[in-house]
Design a protein around this ligand. Structure first.
Ligand SMILES: Cc1cc2nc3c(=O)[nH]c(=O)nc-3n(C[C@H](O)[C@H](O)[C@H](O)COP(=O)(O)OP(=O)(O)OC[C@H]3O[C@@H](n4cnc5c(N)ncnc54)[C@H](O)[C@@H]3O)c2cc1C
Length: 416
């Protein structure tokens, strides 16, 4: 069923009791053309684009929990394409363009809101770095505006401009950036993929790969063995664990990242702000809660909850940037498992095992990448060729030296 104003009217006449399920609940078949392991945003987007762009509909998405239970439903909802490196910026700008048409494409209200993002700068050298980044964005067809101090003040008068240690000198503004209702992205892609015949199977954990003659020809799961011509792994924070079942070690570490939401407040923050002197980012949800976050917890973990020192650190960042936040009460917080790569950039690639593909290493920037990641992964699976914008996202780049270190932090996953 297509969602429309007419459907809302029609279903309303019968007390909203006859809406069909957003996606089916099929039993797994014995054989598929493609199995996608992981029903997060990236896995579901891949299934949608495989079906819609490449006509491959004999596809199953196997999810060990429920749709929206992973990072896709745990992130701070920020989308942007303000990257520097030529291997990254065109990819994230492709993603931004896909976000702009997403709701029509998948026939689902994901509350895409292009409310703008400002990255604050606090020194001359940081301003110069942002000028360089803004120029890289403009050259890739994105939008970027350098604001001086008064330009930032016009939008956010309550920031601490005269902080003794980190005074705010200005910001790099991307007006087309913004926020998207995170779990609706999973539901919307699931709805769209399901309507083209993709089987979405929840509560189905993959616990091994079926190998024959050195090739991957299917998976073992808690719902039995399922065969496929191609198996595409897309499990974000569980990447290391899942790929080790195929005997592969990845240049990825898993860390917790926490998110925080305050009590509901009247509208105070129209867009997204990131603090350039520490690690802090904030926006306000449509329900009024301030949604914010900061650094990852600095140790390896598969737990989906974090520790108190990081809570303190994040709140200190908030207080330094906007002391007014000290009046708000924290309502809830949670953690997700981040697949932190050694250079802070992701992978969309074949593996050394024929028939087995890998997508991961998104660090804490993978939500904004969801549409382009699905688009490029589907392209790779369908055509066996990397997509133009994802050519650098190779698994062997640490052997070749062609690393994509956007932040210049070196092989320190916890610093990217
Ligand atoms: C607190 C927090 C804040 C963030 N903020 C932002 C942000 O503002 N902007 C941004 O761009 N990014 C952000 N991110 C990062 C972003 O959410 C992730 O990079 C992205 O969601 C990862 O891709 P995914 O949606 O496919 O992951 P997931 O939703 O985690 O999907 C992976 C799925 O694989 C499943 N799985 C695992 N193992 C198996 C198995 N063996 N068998 C079957 N299924 C399996 C999991 O259950 C999970 O559902 C944030 C993340 C967190 C945690």
């Amino acid at each position: 069923m297509r969602y429309s104003a007419f459907q809302i009217f029609k279903q309303g006449l019968t007390g909203n009791k006859h809406w069909p399920k957003t996606w089916r609940t099929p039993d797994p078949a014995q054989q598929y053309d493609v199995i996608i392991v992981g029903g997060g945003g990236h896995g579901l987007a891949t299934a949608h684009y495989l079906a819609k762009e490449h006509g491959i509909t004999n596809v199953a998405v196997l999810e060990k929990g429920w749709l929206g239970g992973g990072n896709i439903g745990r992130n701070t909802t920020i989308i942007r394409s303000n990257y520097l490196l030529p291997e990254n910026e065109p990819f994230y700008e492709l993603s931004m363009k896909l976000w702009e048409g997403l709701e029509q494409d998948i026939n689902y209200n994901a509350m895409v809101s292009q409310r703008g993002i400002i990255n604050l700068y606090h020194s001359d050298s940081q301003r110069d770095a942002y000028v360089r980044r803004g120029n890289a964005m403009l050259m890739a067809g994105a939008d970027a505006v350098l604001l001086d101090r008064e330009g930032v003040r016009a939008q956010y008068p309550f920031l601490d401009f005269d902080n003794a240690r980190f005074p705010i000198r200005g910001g790099l503004w991307q007006p087309r950036a913004g926020t998207v209702r995170h779990d609706a992205v999973a539901w919307g892609y699931a709805h769209a993929a399901d309507s083209r015949g993709v089987d979405i199977i929840q509560n189905c954990e993959v616990n091994g790969f079926i190998m024959e003659d050195g090739k991957c020809v299917g998976v073992n799961s808690t719902r039995g063995s399922i065969r496929a011509k191609k198996v595409a792994v897309c499990v974000a924070g569980s990447s290391g664990r899942v790929m080790s079942m195929a005997g592969l070690r990845l240049p990825i570490e898993s860390h917790v990242l926490q998110a925080f939401v305050s009590e509901g407040l009247k509208p105070v923050i129209p867009g997204v702000i990131t603090y350039g002197a520490g690690h802090f980012y904030i926006s306000q949800s449509d329900k009024g809660g301030l949604v914010f976050g900061g650094d990852i917890d600095g140790y390896n973990s598969y737990a989906q909850r974090g520790n108190l020192p990081t809570v303190e650190d994040v709140c200190e960042g908030g207080m330094a940037m906007m002391p007014v936040i000290g009046r708000a009460r924290l309502l809830r917080m949670w953690g997700g498992i981040m697949d932190m790569s050694m250079d802070g950039s992701p992978f969309i690639d074949h593996t050394s095992i024929p028939g087995l593909y890998f997508n991961g290493g998104w660090c804490y920037g993978g939500f904004k990448a969801t549409p382009a990641s699905g688009w490029c992964y589907a392209h790779l699976i369908a055509t066996e060729q990397p997509h133009e914008t994802a050519k650098g996202m190779r698994l062997d780049r640490f052997k070749s030296g062609a690393v994509m270190d956007e932040r210049g932090a070196g092989a320190q996953p916890n610093l990217h």
